[in-house]
Design a protein around this ligand. Structure first.
Ligand code: PLP
Length: 347
């Protein structure tokens, strides 16, 4: 793909050349679809026995809304720390007791599951592989992320232009009998970014970015801030209803696995080159062979962050900080939880 087409694909990704099914990615059909990854995580936690009085072990570096999947079951979140490279900071023998532990493949990069498996062997906890960022991504041995633990969760809507979409993969056949039935596939509106996708092929990435910037300025005039504020109830409730959109009821026609992996890897390489020398530090030292990156994540602060943003904006790209941390973590969070930004590959 030539450079201008590659950059415009952030706003209008190419359609699939062939219809494909998610089961092909997983290698099995023990699968349940939901509207959001959070509903899929709630069902995974229910299968793991999360209920009032039980604890669920989560990474401290996490989007605060994910805590809602624990809260709606009446269970209690507890946290393990992460290093700047987003690996566990302490030995699993020092992690608190829980009925389930969630390992996250941050930004599509495979988390080493060995410490998590050790924790589960010792405590009897169930391992859930959160692959909400890593659709189509594989580890060094070529294993699909989200399929390496008894349960895997996905947020399909983050990696494909769908109105919504989450999924639970019940990788351990022994758990399948306890899984709830598939909820009905429900028609949903295409979403507010549709106009941008239609505009992008005409105006290119720079034009699409100008339209976003204009939208942000109008919001700032109206509401006092450029980006929508976090939902104050976000840690306590999962928004909407759990039924998946109608598009997930049949073969997929968007974001074909191989082409999408190539597109995302090319964008990652582009951002890595563009931001080299800006004074920002990529979260991961390199892009592993089989990884399908969700975005280009980097640690940045002050002038270096501004310089990087200007370079991205000049190409029609932009970054956002991630995440809004859980309230319990935020007060004592280390700097490396607070200075990560990501240049996005789908809008
Ligand atoms: C690591 C991780 N897991 C789960 C989720 C939840 O996905 P969804 O927004 O589809 O509910 C998110 C959302 O940001 C996430 O970042």
């Amino acid at each position: 793909m030539e450079e201008s087409g590659l950059l415009a694909s952030v706003y209008q990704p190419p359609r699939a050349r062939r219809a494909w099914r998610f089961e092909e990615v997983l290698g099995h059909d023990r699968l349940r679809y939901f509207s959001l990854g959070r509903w899929a995580l709630k069902e995974a936690l229910r299968l793991a026995g999360a209920e009032p009085g039980k604890a669920v072990l989560l990474p401290g570096y996490l989007c605060r809304e994910v805590v809602a999947s624990v809260a709606v079951l009446g269970a209690r979140p507890v946290y393990y720390g992460l290093t700047p490279a987003l690996e566990p900071a302490a030995h699993p023998r020092d992690w608190p007791q829980a009925c389930a532990v969630v390992a996250v493949n941050f930004f599509g990069f495979a988390q080493d599951l060995a410490p998590f498996e050790e924790y589960c062997r010792r405590t009897g906890a169930l391992l859930i592989e959160d692959n909400c960022h890593g659709l189509f991504s594989r580890d060094g041995q070529g294993r699909a992320l989200g399929c390496r633990a008894p349960l895997g969760i996905f947020s399909l809507r983050k990696s494909m232009p769908l109105p919504d979409g989450g999924a639970l993969a019940v990788n351990d056949p022994a758990l399948w009998g306890q899984a709830a039935g598939q909820l009905p596939f429900t028609p949903r509106p295409a979403g507010k970014r549709r106009w941008l996708r239609e505009l992008a092929p005409i105006v290119g990435a720079k034009g699409a970015w100008s339209a976003i910037r204009l939208g942000r300025r109008l919001r700032a005039l109206k509401a006092g801030q450029e980006l929508p504020p976090p939902d104050p109830e976000g840690e306590a409730r999962i928004p909407g209803t759990p039924e998946p959109c109608a598009e997930l009821g049949g073969p997929q026609l968007c974001a074909e696995p191989q082409a999408e992996t190539e597109r995302r890897r090319a964008l990652y390489a582009f951002c890595a080159d563009l931001l080299a020398g800006c004074g920002v530090t990529p979260v991961f030292p390199s892009l592993p062979e089989h990884a399908t990156p969700y975005l280009f994540p980097y640690h940045a602060a002050g002038e270096a962050a501004d310089k990087a943003e200007s370079k991205l904006n000049a190409c029609g790209l932009f970054s956002l900080p991630w995440p809004d941390l859980p309230v319990e973590v935020a007060a004592a969070a280390p700097q490396h939880y607070k200075d990560i930004r990501g240049a996005h590959f789908l809008w």
